[in-house]
Design a protein around this ligand. Sequence first.
Ligand code: ADP
Ligand code: ZN
Length: 286
Amino acid sequence: MHYGGIEAGGTKFVCAVGDENGNIIERIQFPTLTPEETIPKVIEFFQKHEIRALGVGSFGPIDINVKSDTYGYITSTPKTAWTNYPFLQALQKELNIPIGFNTDVNVAALGEVTLGAAKGMENCLYITVGTGIGAGAVVQGNLLQGFSHPEMGHILVRRHEEDSYTGKCPYHKDCLEGLAAGPAIEERWGKKGIELENNSKVWEMEAYYIAQALMQYILVLSPEKIILGGGVMKQQQVFPLIRENVASFINGYVELPPLEEYIVPPSLGDNAGITGALILAKQSEQ
Ligand code: ADP
Ligand code: ZN
């Protein structure tokens, strides 16, 4: 009984075949070029395996409203080759199986709540801090969705008093993503995050911004677990700083679980997304 999963990212597509428990049996990856170049390779991979259903976690923004005429499309992405691309339809046409379609972060949240750090919980948040910032939320056992998927990376935050960087978001300049995603760190400090490991000011500022976002997510959603993934969060030393800032911002108003257990890296590591995609595949059959 095999299922397929796709983690479609801005730089690479990870495709996997797995079992009904989300265990990965085979995986492969392709660079994200144009749809004409990348999608046929993806389809060819899945046609070689007998899969019952497919789950897709995609970069976005995407249309996940099943009532919409453009459900399953990638919409206004800055990756122009993919703008208004009918992603789900392209897969469905060739594969003819049930396909679950959601955002990369929602699918990672699904992976972590089913098999990872939030296993057994009804409410969790998965946040990626990488090329962009995005979050997926499981609320009362379901992926949070309104007219569209949430875009929690673009909330506004209070500026750090020593930060004069204008911000990198093309829409809002100094929203959270504009101040704290990987490219913002690189532009503000003139070096990539990985090369700034020993510069404590960088991580103090980073923690200040991320902790503000977490405070707001905590107050609005009351998640039982907060999982922070993505390239920038490979800097493990930022976790204690984030926890300290969250404690200080919340200031005892809400009683939180011990923060070392509450704000954590993904326990599925880099497999959170692809594992969640396999779980979404199984769910899409019901
Ligand atoms: P994507 O967001 O494209 O899926 P990543 O999550 O790896 O990919 O995010 C890429 C961003 O994270 C880049 O801005 C990169 O500089 C930064 N990054 C990647 N690895 C590290 C690291 N070990 N330490 C700090 N920053 C990193
Ligand atoms: Zn923004």
